[in-house]
Design a binder for this molecule. Sequence first.
Ligand code: CUV
Ligand code: SF4
Length: 632
Amino acid sequence: MDETTLSVDLATQELYVKARNDGSETLWDRKAALKNQCGFGEQGVCCRICTMGPCRVSPIPGKGVQKGICGATADVIASRHYARMVAGGSSAHSDHGRHIAHVLHMASRDGDYQIRDEKKLLNVAARWGVATEGKDIYQVAHDVAEAALNDFGKPFGSMVIPPSITKQRLKVWEDNDILPDAIDKEVVSIMHATHMGCTADAESMINLSMRTSLTDGWGGSYIGTEFSDIIFGTPMPREIEANMGVIEKNMVNIVLHGHEPSLSEMIVVAADDPELKALARGVGAEGINLVGICCTGNEVAMRHGIKIAGNFNQQELAIVTGAVEAMIVDVQCIFPSLANLAQCYHTKFITTSKLAKIKDAVHIEFDENNAYECAKGIIRKAVENYTNRKHEKVSIPTHKSTGMIGYSNQAIIGQLDRVVNSYTHKPGTFEPLAQCLVSGVLRGAAGVVGCNNPKVKGDHSHIEIIKKMLANDVIVVVTGCAAQAAAKAGLLSKDAVKYCGVGLQKVCELADIPPVLHMGSCVDNSRILELVGEVAKILGLDMSELPVVGAAPEWMSEKAVAIGTYVVSSGIDTFLGVVPPVTGSPEVTDILTNRLEDWVGAKFYFETDPAVAAEKMLARIEEKRAKIEALN
Ligand code: CUV
Ligand code: SF4
């Protein structure tokens, strides 16, 4: 395989060649070995929901087998499959949120987990109606955690709706009957609805999918983000480095990969322990070097400036450098292949979650009740492994970029306050941003999020779309692996204003920000929702009336389907660069890319060509500007 076709990232190309020379297998090799991937699966027309099947029906109306044994049509089969993807994705995010809520529940003044953002805690307390007066802050934390945990399974009523949602949006949800009940309940209900012999109507199935997805974006993910900020601190702007060049030749390298910050935060703290530092020197290393991959990488980069080694496509390649003593993982987006790959080098591949044990990995279950000691134990294993490094197998690419990270909404407001002087607006709000949108200095905003996928040349679509937005005065916010692609490409640097139109350039200079704002991990898409909701409220508009679009140019996971669905349900158009497995159903395709607009004021676009996608995104932004220009 020609490595230049796999990714635009040079470190990736280099390490792919090294992997091949080492005889190590990567995702691209396995993709090639699959030859033709299943066309029925790709179009969503294979059903395995009961054992009368599997039934695969024709993706072409009127031609070939049109129904499964029970009579389910392509529309039924594809819509059920879509719904189950939403359920899978929502459950991953919400279970993550629940986990963090449990960590908040165990926070104590002298424990391993403490309260770092009291202000946010008090804010959140008000949302759940938790009394705070005269209460110890840790009692408040305890009560808030309990209230949030109840939102997962409460028997009556809807989950708590964050205050950033516009009242118009709430009405849209009520009118469409997608205002969700309890978080867990919706996931269970949609699993029920997709059981053999239940929902057999694509419209209804997508409607239920939207309802479920909202428990993710405005529920589980939201809780994950807010509570992580409370416990670990709300991110503030800081500089980071990104790409494989952050792996250090003479240090103990530990890669943090996965999603939840409860473990990775403890690793960050424990890596500073004098005992471990001494141990590292004792084995002949200059120190301990923590680096991150995927969303756990984003979490610790946002809050501590831990360097980013790479994104989803690069998880195997980090090990291929031969210089990684340990890769520590928790949950989600972790290739099972890492276990065997690690054995080809000296790397210890350490799983830590009951929910993501991997055969042939070293499993050290992380115990939050003994978090610090547990983290120390894991790091010790890595340090001791340094002497096993096979120096003839080490080759670390030099590529790395620097950029700014840490743009929580609080951080963004902090930056906007610098603009206030120039425009005489209220400090402490998003008003300067809202006004820039109204005046047209900024044409709009785009959220570029999501994964890598070997169906797409790595990082290429992310970068191409982002650059097109910048050139047209569209400010960009990023999360997940898209954010890491941007970081590697230098787009998080303030120098990236060179790609911007004059309006965006001006805003970046005044606010002292880069034109692409890294807002965090995938659960932190909730920050983007909050931002859009708050700006809409300032302007008295619904979220669907803002010149704002979302894109997941290289997505691959069920979580991304859940995200796309809640983003659209929140009134924001979403551009998918990988076509979801629904095209075998004309009705589902029509609902997602057309009819949804009548329901919720936004829809999906399927567009695999990033240049075309960017054009359409810009066109949609201009179309939506009509409403806000009337405010001028
Ligand atoms: Ni949660 S879901 S590959 S790490 S963004 Fe990265 Fe982000 Fe997709 Fe996974
Ligand atoms: Fe086939 Fe219907 Fe069973 Fe699906 S639910 S496998 S279409 S019989």
